[in-house]
Design a protein around this ligand. Structure first.
Ligand SMILES: COC(=O)C(/C=C/C1=C(C)CCCC1(C)C)=C/O[C@H]1C=C(C)C(=O)O1
Ligand SMILES: O=C(O)CCC(=O)C(=O)O
Ligand SMILES: [Fe+2]
Length: 363
């Protein structure tokens, strides 16, 4: 994926949100204030009474494929992917230490002095480093979030200058965590393949050496949470995304369902999984990527650790032949190179599902 021509990008001053709140401003700076139509939207109250985002129990999927419990959970998975594009997984079998450790080092990273974090700057037009990504103009609104993102795998996408030397355990911890996340993504893709009636290795065989990136999002508290957004609405360009919310995390993630923003209630020891644009294309729209955003809290900070898992940049993407029927289910997306899509994705601001127009066949 070629870098963007950064010289032409003028983004103005991007204030660091953690530093900003230290000065206790009596007003939220204009650059963070969203237009009324952007920050509002109907927010579902249903979640105050029950948890609507499907929950998939991965221990049920470890059972033999002939077992009724396995079949039942696969059906639940297929419904979750088709109706929601989002689900939480429990009993995922990840070592508690690995999950806890990354959360600790991520916290330690964000708590370091600004000068230390600024040794790893996210340059305009790139998506790796500390700062704000997807900002392309001086008048673009900013998210109420500090983020730190790194390409992890294959090693060729790493920018070693951006891997921090402090906290001392950061790199080791991220490598260990990413290894486990990679196994989890591969495993989830086998279940997703089975849920679609495909052979279980179908995604893995097509993806080649999959691309994996991590993004740590730190949302400081905001005195006027209704005026800002923690993270702008977007769908992920990945095939799958895994989101870990820190222990005791408050609600922050919202997903757009039937024109209503539905909050995702954090469950203890669960991970949130979502379908990315790439799986939408590969399944010819049977499983769709879903627009989501993050909101902030008046009193509480929130930390999330997000893994993006996607095919190798060399891979050609198009709807899978098994899921297309010229008569009853014609091809809705064109064929393209995943590296080109990644370039397109990172060259545009986050704007709902707009990035996917790149692939849509418009009739
Ligand atoms: C909100 O989405 C992102 O921040 C994001 C960025 C991912 C990336 C890095 C942090 C470094 C390496 C490149 C890559 C683009 C993967 C989303 O990632 C999605 C977008 C595409 C395309 C993808 O494959 O994952
Ligand atoms: O932090 C969250 O809740 C959402 C993060 C997210 O959607 C992303 O990083 O792509
Ligand atoms: Fe996302």
């Amino acid at each position: 994926m070629a870098p963007l021509p950064i010289s032409s990008i003028r983004v103005g001053k991007i204030e660091d949100v953690q530093e900003l709140i230290k000065s206790k401003p009596n007003k939220v700076p204009e650059r963070f204030i969203r237009a009324a139509n952007e920050r509002g939207g109907l927010v579902s109250l249903k979640t105050h009474f029950h948890q609507p985002i499907p929950v998939i129990d991965l221990s049920e999927l470890s059972k033999p494929h002939t077992n009724d419990d396995f079949v039942f959970e696969i059906l639940k998975l297929s419904q979750a992917c088709e109706d929601w594009g989002f689900f939480q997984v429990i009993n995922h079998g990840l070592e508690v230490d690995v999950v806890d450790d990354i959360e600790k080092v991520a916290k330690e990273f964000f708590e370091m002095p600004l000068e230390e974090k600024q040794k790893y700057p996210l340059e305009p037009g790139t998506v790796q480093g500390y700062g704000q990504a997807f900002i392309f103009s001086e008048d673009q609104k900013l998210d109420w979030c500090n983020m730190f993102a790194l390409g992890v795998h294959p090693p060729s996408i790493r920018n070693p200058k951006l891997w921090p030397s402090k906290p001392a355990r950061f790199s080791e911890s991220l490598k260990g965590y990413s290894k486990e996340m990679r196994k989890l993504c591969k495993r989830l893709l086998t279940y997703i393949a089975i849920s679609l009636g495909l052979k279980k290795e179908r995604f893995e065989e097509m993806f080649g050496e999959a691309v994996q990136a991590v993004r740590m999002n730190y949302y400081p508290p905001c005195s006027s949470p209704d005026l800002v957004l923690g993270l702008s609405p977007h769908s992920d360009g990945s095939a799958l995304t895994v989101l870990q919310q820190s222990k005791d995390s408050c609600v922050g993630l919202q997903i757009l369902k039937d024109n209503t923003w539905v909050p995702v209630l954090p469950l203890p020891n669960a991970l949130v999984i979502n379908i990315g644009d790439t799986v939408e294309v590969l399944t010819n729209g049977k499983y769709k990527s879903v627009e989501h955003r993050a909101v902030t809290n008046r009193e509480r900070e929130r930390l999330t650790i997000v893994t993006f898992y996607a095919p190798n940049y060399e891979v050609e993407i198009e709807p899978m032949g098994e899921l297309v029927d010229d008569e009853t289910n014609p091809c809705k997306y064109r064929s393209y190179n995943h590296g080109d899509y990644s370039y397109h994705y990172v060259s545009n601001k986050l704007q709902g599902k707009k990035s996917l127009d790149f692939a849509k066949i418009l009739n």
